[in-house]
Write a protein that binds this ligand. Structure first.
Ligand SMILES: [Mg+2]
Length: 644
């Protein structure tokens, strides 16, 4: 297969993949060595869910949160030892061409009589095979173990119910009654690879199909599960070619004589269609299921925590004692780093703490971002992060791991070391809370303190107004914005602002220029609130030239479409910088060299003898009121419009 096939796959996958989870590497490197971690661990940005099994046998390739409410097994070659059903023989007997699925062949026979005869013969052949069927190693113990955790279990097969019941006779420890539901072709729902049987089983099991884990050995199982929206596990102890995949990197397409070939393995190991996970052995399943099972209130399980912490690389030389199970204290070497403007004085420690309490897909990254931005505004370099994770009762281990990985990725982006914290499941919260603490260093003379503000200082804004609000509204109200006329390209431009939410670089660059008197990051309440806060903290009035305030075209478009004022829109990503007029050009040049745009939007006025901020505004010289918003425009508009 050529690159064309791969393009086609990316542009228009033949079978829908409901979540990003649906990429995985083939069953190759599953093991407990470091090498396998590197080769099959989660890949940055790919949403890959390849599995590695580490110490303690805990699945650690899980980078996304998921929940398992029931498990649905394929029967033949999944719960039974492979080989009892001889598909070649059945095909010959029924004159079914190689590579054609048997049920579909029968359904395509011209007369009702032929179809009935073939069906009867198939039933006989299946029953014969069922008499020879043996339980797969681990199958019985697995079913018992899952039952013990209270999970409802089911079977979904293309075979007759009679053949499943006959085969289960050969299982010393299991009976049909061990499965809450057995969906066979006698149930008259379209067979796999259609998703109907999966949806039907989910209904009978009384679970949300998104929380149903389908385990099978063949590509039909993956297709059925994925099209129904279930979680899918491909059990493949041997070669993925046996599961109905063709290796497109090999010469030609290997043809299975027993089963149709419907999927592809690309040279990078990606499967199409991809199961959420690939396992080699049924005994791997309980650890995977555990990652999706609700946790009771209390301390997070120690064995899981240890494995999770082991999966977070910690190679920062300033961290002498880092996060580790049972270690409540971190030890840090507070020495200057290369990027730190060293002086004769020992560095000053800058410390800030901020919790993130609102729901977000990326709460861990947010916690790092807001804390890093805060630290940066005093001129310090954010270096060490601590995270306390509080999750409500019923959260799953995979949720914890997702947050930890989100924290780690965000830290890595800014060169920050994750040094420790605490993880707890508690009924004191109703949704996940990440409470962060950030430590950084700054030289004594590099410390930027708002009390240094002076009348006549220039006021600069980095980037443009409402960076965060623009990307947030595009995510939350994408459908509504498109209904109101926004194009996909415009929405995508809004999403790309997400990369500009940090002000760490803005602040580090500005702080390195002599003459900077104050820095303040824009957050909730937008620019309107931020300048008022800056005025209050610096005890000086501030004058703003409204016509100078820079706006992204995307922000302007969203503001018109949703009838909002961008000055009241949450604005993380922008930094307010005050500096002596003589330093203005140097600050702007230094930022510009780093690719960060800045605009002079006003200047500092007279000192204040009270703690209320005073902001005066002019528009081309005419005085205008400085806007005030009781709530952030994001909150106002989100409470009034449907999400999506
Ligand atoms: Mg099977």
């Amino acid at each position: 297969m050529s690159a064309g096939g791969r393009r086609a796959r990316n542009a228009n996958p033949p079978y829908s993949a409901p979540r990003d989870l649906r990429r995985s590497t083939p069953a190759g490197p599953i093991g407990d060595d470091r090498e396998s971690e590197r080769t099959s661990g989660p890949r940055e940005g790919s949403g890959s869910a390849a599995i590695t099994i580490r110490r303690h046998g805990i699945i650690n390739g899980v980078s996304r949160a998921f929940r398992v409410a029931a498990v649905l097994f394929d029967f033949d070659d999944t719960l039974t030892t492979p080989g009892a059903l001889d598909f070649d023989r059945i095909r010959r007997d029924l004159a079914c061409p190689p590579g054609t699925p048997i049920l579909e062949h029968i359904a395509g026979l011209p007369s009702a009589e032929q179809r009935a005869r073939a069906s009867t013969r198939l039933n006989e052949l299946e029953l014969e095979a069922a008499e020879r069927a043996q339980p797969n190693p681990h199958a019985e113990a697995l079913v018992r173990r899952l039952q013990d955790t209270g999970l409802p279990l089911g079977i979904l097969t293309r075979n007759s119910r009679a053949s499943v019941e006959r085969a289960l006779h050969n299982f010393p420890a299991l009976r049909p009654a061990d499965f809450q539901v057995i969906v066979s072709r006698d149930d008259h729902v379209p067979p796999k690879p259609a998703g109907d049987g999966v949806a039907y089983a989910a209904r009978r099991l009384g679970v949300d199909v998104h929380e149903l884990l389908l385990v099978g050995d063949y590509i039909f199982d993956v297709l059925a599960g994925a099209s129904a929206g279930a979680l899918t596990v491909l059990l493949q102890p041997g070669d993925l070619l046996d599961a109905g995949y063709a290796d497109v990197s090999a010469e030609g397409t290997p043809q299975s004589t027993t089963r149709p070939v419907l999927g592809k393995i690309y040279p990078d190991g990606t499967l199409d269609p991809a199961p959420d996970w690939v396992i080699r052995n049924l005994s791997d399943l309980p650890n995977l299921v555990r990652m999706g099972r609700p946790l009771p209130a209390g301390k997070f399980p120690a064995d899981l925590l240890e494995t999770f912490l082991d999966s977070l690389p910690n190679d920062n030389p300033s961290v002498l004692l880092g996060p580790r199970l049972g270690r409540d204290v971190a030890a840090l070497r507070v020495a200057p780093t290369d990027s730190y403007n060293s002086s004769e004085e020992p560095p000053t420690l800058a410390v800030g703490a901020d919790p993130v309490t609102f729901t977000t897909d990326d709460i861990g990254a947010w916690a790092v971002l807001v804390n890093a931005n805060d630290i940066a505004t005093c001129g310090a370099l954010p270096r060490w992060f601590f995270a306390t994770l509080l999750l409500p009762t019923g959260s799953t281990p995979s949720q914890v791991l997702e947050i930890l990985h989100s924290v780690r990725k965000a830290c890595a982006r800014e060169g920050i070391a994750l040094c420790g914290g605490h993880t707890e499941i508690t009924d004191a919260v109703v949704r996940p809370v990440v409470s962060g603490a950030m430590l950084g260093t700054v030289s004594v003379d590099g410390l930027v303190d708002k009390r240094a503000l002076r009348e006549g200082d220039s006021l600069l804004l980095t980037k443009r107004v409402a960076v965060e609000g623009t990307t947030l509204l595009a995510s939350e109200l994408g459908d509504e914005l498109q209904r109101r006329g926004m194009t996909a390209e415009e929405l995508s431009a809004c999403h790309s602002l997400h990369d500009k939410l940090s002000v760490v670089a803005d602040a580090a660059i500005a702080a390195s220029v002599p003459g900077v008197s104050a820095m303040h990051d824009v957050t909730e309440g937008g620019l309107a609130a931020a300048i008022m806060e800056l005025s209050a903290a610096g005890r000086h009035a501030i004058t703003v030239n409204m016509e100078a305030i820079p706006l992204y075209a995307e922000t302007q478009r969203i503001s018109v479409l949703l009838d909002i004022d961008p000055l009241g829109l949450i604005g993380s990503g922008s930094l307010l910088i005050c500096c002596r007029p003589a330093a203005r050009a140097a600050v702007a040049n230094a930022l510009s060299t780093a690719g960060i745009e800045s605009t002079v939007i006003g200047n500092v006025g007279a000192p204040l003898d009270h703690s209320d901020g005073v902001v005066t505004a002019t528009h081309h010289g005419t005085p205008v009121p400085w806007p005030h918003f009781d709530v952030d425009e994001v909150a106002r508009v989100l409470s009034a419009l449907p999400r999506g």
